[in-house]
Design a protein around this ligand. Sequence first.
Ligand code: SAM
Length: 439
Amino acid sequence: MITLPRYVSLTSGHAEGIDDLTAFDNALHDAGIADLNLIKVSSIVPQGSRVVPMRSFPVGSLVPTVYARACSDRPGETVVAAVGMGLSPDGRGVLMEYHGIGTEAEGKAIVRRRVEAAFAMRGLELHEYHVVVAEHTVQEHGCAVAAAVLWGDEMDDQPEPWLTERWTPDARFAVRVREPIFAMRSPYQHIEIVDTFQFGRMLWLDGTVQTSEADHWAYHEMLVHVPMFTHPNPKRVLIVGGGDGGALRAVLQHPVDEAVMVEIDQDVVRAARTYLPSIHGNAFDDPRARLVYEDAFTFLARARARFDVVLMDTTDPVGPAMRLFTQDFYQLVRQNVADDGIIAAQSGSPWLQPDVVQRNWQAMAPHFPHRALYLSHVPTYPAGMWAFILASPARPLPTTPDPARFADLGLETHYYTPEVHQAAFVLPPFVQRLLTVKL
Ligand code: SAM
């Protein structure tokens, strides 16, 4: 004999599909239980059961369920699914379901009558009653489901699927994962793509957030459009890193001749290409894009180029990106950027990584006499406030962006405007001080 668990959560949903089965699957999705293996069980609830709010379960969990499923392929027909649960004062309970043609009110009334009959038959007093119902008017193939999911304490032992980034030894950032999408260890780093409840799909490298569907634009638009609208006519652009493709996409929104992306890890690009299309927008396939899979340090040491704009879209200065925050690296960048060219580098969190901001600022100094720091707000990055450094060998910075040029491009941005561009260089004193204090 298998003892049923005593927590009961009631849920319902309805949807259309291409046939009854897909409509059912979509209805389960609407009810929040599409990714579970449901074993349909009897309708006697174990004594002492409690009705609790629906929770999320790890994908693929096997859960005992009483469910009602009503599907139809007759357009205009209204189907209803309902599950009702009664409890007696001493904690005995019965679950009843109804599925068929009818309205929500009819479904509810039928289930209520069934529960009352079951109680009468056992001589029990109905003390507590709960019902869930879903009604659906069919377009082509439609389904309604209502379900009571039974679960026990053992589910509480399973760690909640949270991903945590250690911001400092004393501060962490955590997101609850809806679904793990992809994970692998490449020769350079651990690559993870997950779907999260709060921020949509996210790319993590070595336990560090790289980008998310919800806020990537706050980073990419500012990393890219600020230097691109500072340069009067950028035609050749280099992106250092940038494996998720978000920066490449933003660069290609400008009338450039060529955008070269030098990324050390081909596996990041492969994974992003497959699972993060909403971030890269298929920019990798643009004929103006050229992808080079190599350490940017080696690439720049060999290249004899004159880029108009160089963008540092790298991981933080650990692992393969360590050398990219050094004077030696910026010397190589200088050798490959036109005299009137512009560079921009993501430079860390002024709150939690002030040393990264300072180090990058000072590492550029010998090769880029003109520098200006600007800020964006990226909720998934440490403490939210993010620093970028704009620099040039010869061009005084910052400049005032031309609103007409922005308007002519017709960009649909979420963060960048010429006004935001200008305002981003206004720094609070605590950030300004980072630029004057020597490390
Ligand atoms: N927006 C992100 C951030 O601020 O955290 C950066 C995103 S992007 C995914 C960073 C990329 O830099 C990674 O794909 C990583 O493989 C790449 N990268 C790290 N070190 C590199 C190097 N030495 N040469 C080229 N690419 C590098």
